[in-house]
Design a protein around this ligand. Structure first.
Ligand code: FES
Length: 144
């Protein structure tokens, strides 16, 4: 059974930018995912793992401002400028030409965006570095 987690409101996803959140893979690794607006029949929202296909340590959304830079309906890699189509994830230009971003399954319903990817568990909004959930809760360890 697929467990759906509401990740964001559709209105949280900027038309010219991206919405960043963090997931955990089955193996325990954390990964960043971006939500972007998509204008065609795939839309209105698509989700991609937040790394370039040319150099996979290069984030597309660096966690600042409105997120990823968008141009002509595509996500621009900040390092060498390749543009990935926001709907298909495909890149036909620059150093990442011929590659496709890694897709993450989401559904849009009632104004919300839901993570439906069987292999991923929602962790928190923002990037991996933004996680403060691992900090111990000070009150939970108190005893009287
Ligand atoms: S690292 Fe993205 S195009 Fe080179």
């Amino acid at each position: 059974m697929t467990v759906r987690t509401r990740v964001a409101d559709v209105s949280d996803v900027p038309e010219t930018g991206s919405y960043l959140f963090t997931v955990r893979e089955r193996g325990g690794n954390e990964e960043e995912v971006i939500l972007v607006c998509c204008e065609d029949e795939e839309g209105p929202i698509q989700a991609w793992k937040n790394f370039c296909q040319h150099e996979t340590d290069q984030r597309l959304d660096r966690g600042v401002g409105n997120g990823a830079v968008m141009r002509d309906g595509g996500v621009v890699c900040p390092k060498h400028g390749s543009v990935f189509d926001s709907c298909s994830g495909y890149c036909d230009n620059g150093k990442a030409a011929g590659s496709t971003l890694v897709e993450v399954d989401v559904e849009v319903e009632d104004g919300g965006v839901y993570l439906t990817d069987d292999g991923l568990t929602y962790r928190h909004d923002g990037g991996i570095e933004d996680d403060d959930d691992d900090m111990p809760s000070s009150s939970s360890h108190l005893s009287f």
